[in-house]
Design a binder for this molecule. Sequence first.
Ligand code: PRP
Ligand code: ADE
Length: 171
Amino acid sequence: MDLRAFIRDIPDFPEPGIVFRDITPLLADAGALDAALEGLAAIARPLKPDVVIAAEARGFLLGAALARELGAGFVLARKPGKLPHDTTSAEYALEYGTDALEVHTDAIAPGSRVLVHDDLLATGGTAGALCALAEQLGGEVVGCAFLIELGFLPGRAALAPHAVHSLIVDA
Ligand code: PRP
Ligand code: ADE
């Protein structure tokens, strides 16, 4: 299935010069949603992750379903102040703006194999923060799996030496 056909490009959102990749048509189509999860699971299964970590909001959409598909746990990385228990945090830069992510300090057991997931890789700021959070807790990042990668941005290089796997790469 051509999953790219289910992703809508919205020029100048949320600000001029950004072409926003809108994944809502893919999520709304049962066949495309299934194919996306199957594709991500096929990439991630050989990595044998114990947990999948993903960031709010869009990372949660496929992240928890992917974890279920892999027989792995799911770890939430949230914007500051949203998680109720003890947290550790990492700052990051976006294609537009800056922010930070937090994770519960007991969410990843030391030595766990951690798969980083997000819907989209742009600059690599968000996924880099997820890698940092996993490693702060003693996890081993076994790879990063994305639905879409913006191949004209340096996200893949920013995540080195971590392996980057993407179902769709936009040139
Ligand atoms: C988007 C997307 C990724 C991130 C990718 O999230 O879902 O998490 O940007 O960009 P990067 O590689 O430059 O970090 P956004 O921060 O817009 O938040 P949302 O998921 O809440 O929409
Ligand atoms: N996150 C960062 N850049 C993005 C883009 N161009 N489309 C959708 N989400 C994004």
